[in-house]
Design a protein around this ligand. Structure first.
Ligand SMILES: C[S@@+](CC[C@H](N)C(=O)[O-])C[C@H]1O[C@@H](n2cnc3c(N)ncnc32)[C@H](O)[C@@H]1O
Length: 538
């Protein structure tokens, strides 16, 4: 701890009035100090238009060949995710690592251009952005412990903080040569911010390297009352405190820790072969062998294979682009098994976009039947429509841009369906190994639970969407009973015209709960968490 105290003295920055004239690595500039270049940029920006910005970005910004492009892209992308609400998975999917728009945004933010990303860079961006989001709470704890003064940490410029998080993540979690990591992040801070920022990054990261080498990284002690213990575990395993407390209550400490470890592990991905295009799982497996992507056949679903690494290789080989397969977790595939679509059936998919389950259900209709894919989000619905064309199932799917709650209440012109899938928007507590940052705040989760309550009750008010004898399937990608079993219980209390149809026989017995629901458990089944109930209308 002595070393840390020493650093805290180093990082108690003088005000700009007392700013030293020259900086050594241990005499650092004030964090709020803005370079002349930035001041000039700010002034001229006030009278510039977007298209001016575009021209400046594309024409006048200089190439900086010394900066590693994957770090530059990762830093700005992390900043966008944290402050702009962009989704890391969507950025990866849609921008394939960096499309023109994103690159322009990155260049404008940094004030220079980097060389183009190659495949290795793209893989590194995915790894660094995903890992930094996953480990953010723990990384911030480490950074803060080196600063000591919380105010400096809290007031740090967003880009500087992302550069530090990246450096900390690379040093603590990736097996990369530490001093190369330090140098690269220093260069980035110098170029994107100012020399003093690079000095600070240099000093902090070097300190971290020494602590790591001496195996003396600070770790919070798990002791005190329940709340304090939960706080410590939340930091060590980098999860929100409210979530840790909830899981300890639900599962006990041991299982809660296992769950957090699962969430922090490199996620598995599953691919579903699109048999509609005559591309079978055997074809997919053969192609993966040629590409040298290690994989295994799913034990739970006929069309699925699992891969741990090599998703980028699969993307580059064009299989996704050609609609020959799609990325879909088995836990989502199993929900479709619970729906059990049959040729000729009419299905309503209530919260359909971006359409993973819609496409799989359509493939099961064998060219006969129909699916109305409803979603409130027009952009996501457009993605669904394009994917349906790509997968050659567009003739079976009609997209409906609507708020389900209103549509259900005013359901005048929709025919009652054989099956209705309500894949409700939820906290996503089952899929944290893949998308952590959506649930950082407890308020978001409570909001969701509340929304769900309204959602299912309003929906069920006009139950004519489900024809008598038809089936309503309620599903979530959450493992929280509040969003699952409790919703079903509340629904059945109000709607005695529905009864539970146990999912035995639809999914392997491993996934069937005592109440007859489908539940996938990240620890037990090594899949994303998920839930589904089959409710038959009498
Ligand atoms: C869990 S996601 C659905 C995932 C989708 N079923 C799949 O498998 O790809 C929930 C969806 O519900 C949609 N949604 C949220 N509120 C809605 C509403 N009031 N009416 C219709 N759709 C809604 C969201 O836009 C989101 O696309």
């Amino acid at each position: 701890m002595e070393r840390i105290a020493h650093l805290s003295a180093v990082f108690s920055f003088p005000t700009s009035k007392h700013r030293p004239l020259s900086f050594s690595p241990f005499s650092l500039p004030p964090i709020s100090y803005i370079s002349e270049r930035e001041v000039a940029n700010k002034k001229s920006r006030s009278s510039r238009t977007d298209s001016d910005d575009f021209n400046i970005a594309t024409k006048t910004l200089k190439l900086n060949p010394e900066i590693s492009p994957h770090r530059a892209v990762s830093a700005v992308r992390l900043m966008r995710i944290e402050f702009g609400g962009a989704f890391s998975d969507l950025l990866n999917e849609q921008c394939k690592g960096s499309d023109d728009n994103e690159m322009r945004y990155i260049e404008r933010t940094l004030g220079f251009r980097t060389r183009d990303l190659d495949n290795r860079d793209r893989r590194l961006v995915t790894e660094i952005v995903g890992g930094t989001i996953r480990w953010k709470r723990y990384l911030d704890y480490l950074i803060l412990s080196l600063f000591h003064d919380e105010k400096i940490f809290r007031n740090m410029e967003p880009l500087l903080l992302q550069i530090l998080r990246i450096g900390f993540y690379e040093i603590v979690h990736l097996q990369m040569p530490p001093y190369a990591v330090v140098d690269e992040n220093v260069k980035l801070a110098n170029a994107a911010l100012r020399r003093g920022a690079g000095n600070m990054v240099n000093a902090v990261l070097r300190k971290l390297v020494i602590l790591k080498k001496n195996q003396s990284l600070p770790t919070p002690k798990v002791d005190g009352d329940e709340r304090q213990k939960a706080r410590a575990l939340a930091t060590i395993h980098s999860h929100p405190v409210w979530m840790v407390r909830r899981w300890i209550n639900l599962l006990g400490v041991e299982e809660a820790v296992k769950l957090m470890k699962w969430n922090n592990s490199e996620p598995f991905f599953s691919l579903r072969a699109n048999t509609v295009k005559g591309f079978t799982r055997a074809d997919l497996s053969r192609e993966l062998e040629i590409l040298k992507v290690p994989h295994e056949l799913s034990r739970n679903l006929n069309d699925f294979v699992r891969i741990k690494t090599g998703l980028q290789v699969v993307k580059q080989a064009g299989f996704l682009e050609k609609g020959l397969c799609s990325v879909q977790d088995e836990s989502a595939g199993l929900v479709v098994e619970v729906v059990d679509p049959k040729p000729g059936e009419r299905i309503i998919d209530c919260c359909a976009a971006p359409g993973g389950k819609t496409l799989f259900m359509a493939s099961r209709l064998k060219g006969r039947g129909s699916i109305s894919a409803i979603d409130i989000n027009e952009g996501r619905l457009r993605i669904l429509k394009e994917a349906a064309e790509l997968h050659a199932v567009d003739d079976l799917i009609t997209t409906v841009h609507a708020d389900l709650r209103l549509l259900a209440v005013e359901n005048g012109n929709m025919m009652a369906a054989d099956k209705v899938l309500l894949d409700a928007p939820c906290s996503g507590l089952g899929v944290l190994s893949k998308s952590r940052f959506t649930v950082e705040k407890e308020t978001g989760r409570h909001g969701t639970a509340k929304q769900l309550a309204g959602f299912t009750s309003r929906f069920s008010f006009d139950n004519s969407l489900v024809k008598p004898g038809g089936v309503l399937i309620y599903s979530t990608c959450s493992i929280d009973p509040v969003e699952n079993q409790q919703r079903i219980a509340a629904f059945l209390m109000r709607h005695q015209e529905f009864k539970i149809d146990p999912v035995d026989g639809y999914v392997p017995s491993d996934f069937v709960t005592g109440d007859g629901f489908y539940r996938s458990d990240p620890i037990k089944n090594s899949l994303d968490g998920g839930f589904a109930a089959r409710l038959v209308r009498l």
